[in-house]
Design a protein around this ligand. Structure first.
Ligand code: GLA
Length: 381
């Protein structure tokens, strides 16, 4: 990938620049908890977005995407927002850096990635974090890694229309080889947990379906949670985020909020606790509990939060039937991947069956990704 990027860069822009990369992410557990002030438990993976970048002496950006095979040029003022959606991620990162007092000198860039798109592996956070990191370093802005993650998150909010939490950009900026990171999204305290489950493997199965309107459905989930938290707050002013609430406090307002909002909130409160339970279980090396919690999350995301789909539910059911230790929909949902924790000796049989039966059932192939927990945003050379 690096050679391909470099060759294209020299062809389009002459002498080469600096190369940066940032990773996609997995999340072991803790889904839709980030914007509710709860815990998440992600890690960066060995699939990344890589960019070669060089100042061009102007106040404009020229960006070429190898994967889309398109070049876009834009200025750095608010009114210069490009029409191409993919370029908005880079433009947004530039604008959010400037809003934070950072300098952004015009640059040329060529980039490519191997994070599968639409699979729930945060290819967009990889793109944002790569440019946030590179722009910060090349311009000597001195913003810290949290600020870089927030630049990516604000890019989603203000330029891409998704009111996401901080998890994806955090994982992409803070990722460390071999470790998952438990993040408290309210206080931003975090802790690295070495993750090397002996005798088990982590594998993702991509349904290769991505439902339209996923971003508006995502924003609607967030609104439900905010309404539930507001109702609870009337009785318990200490509830700043939904994750601050106890289950019984939610019960108190059951008659005041819609059943839909109630179910969404019920899921979130349970999920925050499951992250803590999984961390405890990991410290004891109890992977059976980790797996059981993953199935509980799947149930909640499917039946209470309603962000699963037929294909994901089918994969989770097959996993249960074949004694996979844990399986659940990963990321925002509405398509994308299941994440599976599986004993080594069951791996081949499960993957083969899943591939064959999935194709028979849905008329197209699923994809399988083995992931290695890797480093986040960094300079390659
Ligand atoms: C998407 C968002 C994240 C998070 C997850 C669900 O990946 O970008 O902030 O909310 O969905 O856990």
């Amino acid at each position: 990938m690096q050679t391909k990027i470099h060759n294209k860069f020299t062809e389009l822009f002459g002498e080469g620049g600096q190369i940066y990369a940032s990773a996609g992410r997995i999340n072991l557990i803790g889904e839709h908890t980030d914007y509710n002030g709860g815990y998440v438990f992600p890690g960066a993976i060995d699939k990344c977005l890589m960019a070669e970048i060089k100042f061009n002496g102007t106040d404009r950006v020229r960006a070429y995407s190898i994967d889309i095979d398109e070049q876009v040029e834009f200025g750095l003022n608010e009114e210069d927002k490009p029409a191409q959606h993919w370029a908005d991620y880079i433009f947004g990162v530039c604008r959010e850096t400037i809003k934070r007092g950072g300098k952004v000198a015009g640059f040329d860039t060529v980039f490519a990635g191997n994070v599968p798109l639409g699979a729930g592996l945060s290819s967009s956070a990889a793109l944002e974090s790569c440019f946030a990191f590179a722009i910060n370093e090349m311009n000597g802005n001195g913003l810290d890694s949290f600020e870089l993650a927030k630049i990516g998150q604000s890019t989603e909010h203000n330029y891409c229309g998704v009111k996401c939490g901080i998890m994806d950009q955090f994982a992409s900026c803070f990722g460390k080889k071999g470790s998952l990171i438990r993040l408290n999204c309210k206080t931003l305290e975090y802790k690295y947990f070495p993750f090397n489950p002996e005798g088990y493997r982590l594998v993702l199965i991509d349904t290769v379906v991505k439902h339209n309107l996923a971003s508006s459905a995502y924003n609607k989930r967030r609104e439900s949670c905010e309404r539930a938290a507001a109702a609870i707050r009337k009785n318990h002013p200490e509830v700043e985020f939904l994750s601050d609430s106890k289950r019984v406090w939610l019960e108190e307002v059951r008659g005041e909020i819609t059943e839909e909002d109630f179910l969404r909130a019920e899921y979130v409160i349970g999920e925050v606790q499951r992250v803590l339970d999984v961390c405890d279980a990991l410290e004891r090396g109890d992977y059976e509990i980790v797996g059981e919690m993953m199935y509980q999350t799947h149930f909640g995301m499917s039946k209470l939060y309603e962000v699963s789909c037929e294909e994901l539910d089918w994969l989770a059911k097959l996993a249960r039937k074949m004694d996979v230790t844990g399986c659940r929909v990963m990321g925002g949902g509405f398509g994308g991947c299941t994440i599976n924790l599986i004993k080594e000796e069951l791996y081949d049989a499960f993957i083969n069956t899943a591939k064959i039966e999935y194709a028979k059932k849905f008329g197209h192939d699923c994809k399988v990704y083995d992931v290695v927990i890797s480093d986040g945003a960094h300079r390659v050379c």
